[in-house]
Design a protein around this ligand. Structure first.
Ligand code: ADP
Ligand code: MG
Length: 424
């Protein structure tokens, strides 16, 4: 289990605290004003904020919004987030239009115990994503310590996320603490069978987590666009389906993701898992049937293709795109999920944004809602699918982080966590 330096250890009473949060939330127009549409991420930081304010801290909030590429972009100012926070905290939140410099310094100096100040979007400064040490140093001057409550950004080596910790102590916020505890505990000592499900579009985001989970979990159920790499690796025709197949990294130049999928399948070839009602199953499972169409939006046809027994079947079209897992795969995945004790899921099984191709994702979601196993889910699109199905509250743990949770589960050391890790 990863152990982090805690707020309690830091003795924050009466101190100036920089608080790193992830308030990058969707917005919407309301009476001609831009407002936060989904305040989940802001709510998640309230326990930490309340902890600090009860202890008379002067709190300076650091947050980013979107990808302004180091320039001031009017639409990406943090004012809607500050407004929402004010509403949730029921306390004034001072927001200024700069990040560093005279105005920021003055605002920090004026801050009284128990007051909150939000600085402007950290990514308006070109030094942020470059992890510029001058920017990190300038920000560090605004506090006696930094509290990191932005787990979902902790895989970024950015000035306000990791570089800043070279200039002042960093400790874990309460929300970050809970994320790290849950996710690192998941791979440490899960109740078995430990079933994992990985889907989504791009295999580059998921390949490392599939690799690690194929060692740690009893089974990895693959779906979505990611599955196409595995199908192709098995020599199955995927027609015009989505396929990400680039070079992995410098060391593996020339190798494709199909080759990586093949290697993963090979490595796990002799590992078998017993699930009731089935012959011993391999560690990594891919769809045995799919829903194919000519396109995701308003397709002119929609057809289920059996990928295992397709010798009897002559494909009627050649512009097939595999856009969802088929009914047999849904049944197989559901049966396995129902027998699990722990289930982790990241990445939709199909193009769930279109009702025609949402069935597979819904089937997995429903099985997870029903199973007695402990269920953990992460990923922006996966969560948005669960909201559509009104099943989100049926999960035991919902991680607010996508990329960061996958990197943690892959066994990587995250730059934003590293400064807080306690050596045993
Ligand atoms: P998350 O945000 O939960 O980590 P991803 O961002 O990895 O998920 O993937 C979500 C996207 O994957 C969705 O937009 C969905 O339409 C797409 N997707 C799922 N299955 C397929 C498929 N078979 N072909 C193309 N895109 C797919
Ligand atoms: Mg996504």
């Amino acid at each position: 289990m990863i152990k982090l330096k805690t707020l309690d250890q830091a003795k924050v009473e009466d101190r100036r605290v920089l608080l790193r949060v992830d308030y990058d939330t969707p917005t919407t127009q309301e009476n001609g004003r831009v407002v936060v549409r989904d305040d989940t991420r802001i709510r998640l930081t309230l326990p930490t904020l309340e902890y600090l304010l009860e202890r008379r801290c002067r709190v300076v909030i650091l947050a980013k919004r979107g990808r302004p590429d180091g320039k001031v972009v009017e639409e990406l100012r943090l004012d809607p987030m500050a407004k929402k926070l004010e509403e949730l905290l029921q306390k004034p939140v001072k927001k200024i239009n700069t990040l560093i410099g005279q105005e920021a310094q003055q605002a920090v100096d004026d801050l009284q115990p128990g007051e909150v100040l939000m600085l402007e979007n950290t990514r308006f400064h070109p030094g942020e994503v470059k992890n510029d040490s001058e920017l990190a140093r300038a920000l560090a001057q605004f506090g006696d310590l930094i509290v990191n409550d932005a787990f979902s950004l902790s895989h970024r080596a950015h000035a306000s996320v990791s570089g800043i910790a070279e200039h002042l102590p960093m400790v874990a916020g309460l929300h970050l603490q809970r994320e790290v505890k849950t996710l690192s505990g998941l791979v440490e000592n899960p109740k078995r069978p430990f079933v994992t499900i990985v889907g989504g579009a791009k295999i580059s985001d998921k390949v490392e987590v599939i690799r690690r989970l194929s060692q740690l979990a009893d089974v990895v159920l693959v779906g979505g666009g990611v599955a196409n790499n595995f199908l192709k690796a098995e020599g199955i025709e995927i027609y015009h389906s989505y396929l990400e197949d680039q070079v992995v990294d410098e060391a593996k130049r020339g190798q494709s993701f199909v080759a990586v999928a093949e290697e993963l399948l090979q490595n796990n070839k002799h590992e078998r898992m017993m699930f009731e009602g089935y012959i011993p199953l391999p560690r990594i499972l891919y769809p045995i049937d799919v829903v194919a169409a000519d396109r995701a939006e308003q397709p002119s046809y929609r057809e289920v293709i059996d990928l295992v027994n397709n010798h009897q079947q002559i494909p009627s079209k050649d512009d097939y795109m595999f856009l969802d897992i088929g009914p047999k795969t849904q049944r197989l995945y559901r049966d396995i999920i129902m027998q699990a004790q722990t289930v982790f899921w990241n990445g939709p099984m199909g193009v769930f944004e279109q009702p025609d191709f949402a069935e597979g994702t819904q089937a997995v979601a429903t099985a997870m809602a029903k199973t007695s196993a402990r269920t953990i889910v992460g990923g922006g699109d996966t969560i948005s699918a669960l909201k559509n199905f009104e099943l989100l509250d049926r999960f035991d743990y919902v991680s607010a982080a996508g990329g960061a949770s996958l990197e943690l589960l892959s066994g990587k050391t995250l730059p934003g966590l590293k400064p807080m890790i306690e050596e045993n």
